[in-house]
Design a binder for this molecule. Structure first.
Ligand SMILES: Nc1ncnc2c1ncn2[C@@H]1O[C@H](COP(=O)(O)OP(=O)(O)OP(=O)(O)O)[C@@H](O)[C@H]1O
Ligand SMILES: [Mg+2]
Length: 586
């Protein structure tokens, strides 16, 4: 928690002003019972009937009113600046976390789940923000109130303070025993929250799949389970806290009872005046209330420790793909070379790519083919450094990818991910993700290459058509072509299409390849596909098998000499032609 305090730097002024106003409020508030005592003592002395004492009482009453008003103003100001500081603190932490997350590599993201990141950004930040708010509001107020009220009570009458000597240590002991248990339970609850968020997030993002598979009941059941688990964990954590309140109340009222008893005896023995007792009684309430406040503050502090730790985990996570020492800000050409590259996912047992070497010349069109799970995606993700190689090196334009500034490398290596998404906004806005300064002509040109122009033009709003929820109002194949156009707009030296035409018909597929070959001849094109027809006209085709390269060659050569290739080719030939002849309808 203390480590997070540096994010309150910009809000130091309100954070300091608040306790200052608070002290004003406390001092004024504490003076009120003293004035009250004077009034009561006056009344007790002569019944308050004489004109003189009437005047004095009025005078004192006015003083009380002013003190109360002053205290109110100070209190309001203190609360106002405290919330400015508190909210500012929270939003600074959130900003810092988002900044870090943006720099995360894919493997950093693998390590935290998205759901857990969301809980950390919301629930956890709220918790530390509330603690901070409470701290600046109460940190000074409660202890000051407590100490001053206790001091005045002891000065006025020592005997009356005796019950405190028993009750206060008692509360402290109870707390010391139960706080760690509550804390442990709270940690567990936060973990449950992660799981709960994960289940909701998955359900809501994939609601269409859930419906398609008529799995609503199953999902409802799953939700109920994680919701119940969360409820139990919360109740388990809160149970002790709930027990705490009556326990403290019993101690509190016991203390008051003892004090009233002692005071009654003192008054009848005439060692204590009624007026003084009325003041003391107010202070006693203040002592107990503020002691409980301090206790609550400590409890809240410990509870938010768990959240602070989870926030710091995000802030302190070191992005494992860095470019601090890289100097190159220009990629010479689109050549790619793998030199004895091996790659293993974090936490996985075996490497998915083993000691692979090959070379692709600048401007070539290369196909990659292989069974599902043969590490095609894993292989190409290494080129723009979405993951880093475990062993060996990858050269782009003759230079190790690690020696480029990441921004430079990713500008020049444009990749259409296998699981690609569009964002809410118009088609044009989405395309300009690739290049925010692209002119309308450039948009059309890129869309023509990706064979997207014709279907976009057929929409009433054309390029200004709004895409809802990341493209749910365009078809799968249309979405893929928009993603390809978006990547082309970057005018990269290397364009990687990871199974990006899987949802378009073979006729459109070949039109797109023709467009790529003719319109951006200098760009190196790497095309991953499941269908041989998607790669057969490539300059060379790489066959992946078992994490290694099985063969590299042209379609004709591979068909002659490679058994795997021949098998795939023949299995895909059967019965697929009749549809292709019809051509694609987009
Ligand atoms: N983020 C990840 N963390 C751990 N293992 C992964 C991760 N992504 C993929 N793998 C594993 O790596 C292997 C290769 O996966 P990859 O996605 O590269 O295959 P692919 O050839 O692209 O398959 P497909 O044709 O289905 O797209 C698989 O066994 C998969 O389980
Ligand atoms: Mg893949």
């Amino acid at each position: 928690m203390f480590k997070l305090l540096k994010y309150a730097k910009n809000y130091m002024v309100p954070a300091i002003l608040s306790p200052l106003f608070m002290i004003g409020e406390v001092v004024l508030e504490l003076m009120i019972p003293l004035v009250m005592a004077d009034i009561v003592n006056l009344v007790q002395a002569d019944g308050g009937m004489s004109d003189d004492s009437m005047n004095q009482i009025l005078h004192l009453g006015l003083k009380m009113l002013l003190l109360a008003l002053g205290s109110l103003v100070c209190g309001t100001l203190a609360a106002r600046v405290a919330s400015v500081a508190g909210m500012g603190f929270g939003s600074t932490i959130r900003g810092e976390m988002i900044g870090r997350i943006q720099n995360f590599s894919f493997s950093n993201i693998d390590r935290f789940s998205t759901a857990s990141l969301i809980t950390r950004l919301t629930t956890d930040v709220n918790s530390v923000q509330n603690t901070f708010l409470m701290m600046i509001r109460m940190l000074f107020r409660a202890p000051i109130m407590f100490v001053v009220a206790l001091a005045i009570t002891i000065i006025k009458n020592r005997q009356v303070a005796i019950p405190f000597a028993i009750s206060l240590p008692l509360i402290a002991i109870i707390l010391a025993i139960f706080a760690p248990i509550v804390l442990g339970r709270f940690r567990k609850m936060l973990k449950m929250f992660d799981g709960f968020n994960a289940s909701i997030q998955e359900n809501l993002t994939n609601i269409r799949v859930v419906k398609a598979f008529v799995r609503s009941d199953y999902e409802k059941d799953k939700f109920k389970k994680s919701n119940d688990a969360l409820l139990q964990a919360t109740l388990h954590a809160e149970k002790l806290m709930i027990l705490g309140q009556p326990t403290f109340m019993i101690i509190m009222f016991g203390t008051i009872l003892a004090i009233v008893y002692i005071a009654a005896k003192a008054i009848s023995a005439e060692t204590l005046r009624i007026g003084d007792f009325s003041a003391i009684f107010t202070y006693i309430m203040q002592i107990l209330i503020n002691f409980l406040m301090v206790v609550l503050l400590i409890a809240q502090f410990f509870m938010s420790q768990a959240s602070a730790k989870r926030i710091l985990e995000v802030i302190d996570e070191v992005p494992d793909i860095r470019d601090d020492d890289a100097v190159n800000t220009e990629v010479k050409d689109g050549s790619i070379e793998f030199k004895n590259v091996s790659f293993k996912y974090d936490g996985a047992q075996n490497p998915v790519i083993k000691n692979s070497s090959f070379k692709i010349e600048s401007g070539e069109m290369v196909g990659i083919i292989g069974a599902t799970g043969s590490a095609k995606t894993s292989l190409v993700q290494l080129i723009p450094r979405l993951y880093d190689v475990t062993d060996g090196e990858i050269l782009v334009g003759g230079v190790n990818v690690k020696d480029y500034k990441i921004h430079t490398l990713r500008e020049e290596v444009s990749m259409v991910l296998q699981k690609n998404v569009l964002f809410s906004g118009t088609i044009a806005e989405n395309l300009r993700w690739g290049n925010k300064n692209a002119t309308d002509e450039e948009l059309v040109e890129a869309c023509k290459i990706a064979d997207a122009h014709s279907f976009i033009s057929s929409f009433p709003d054309g390029y200004n058509t709004e895409l809802t929820q990341g493209g749910s109002n365009v078809s799968g194949g249309q979405k893929q072509r928009l993603c390809i156009a978006r990547a082309i707009l970057k005018k990269p030296k290397i364009l990687i299409l990871d199974d990006s035409t899987s949802a378009v018909d073979t006729f459109t597929d070949s039109k797109i390849r023709k467009g790529l070959r003719e319109c951006i001849p200098a760009t190196t094109k790497v095309i991953i596909a499941q269908r041989i027809s998607s790669v057969e006209d490539c300059d060379k085709i790489i066959i992946l098998e078992n994490g290694g390269i099985n063969d590299i060659g042209t379609h004709d050569k591979l068909l002659e000499r490679n058994e795997i290739y021949k098998d795939i080719y023949e299995s895909q030939q059967k019965g697929s032609d009749d549809f292709d002849v019809m051509g694609g309808v987009s």
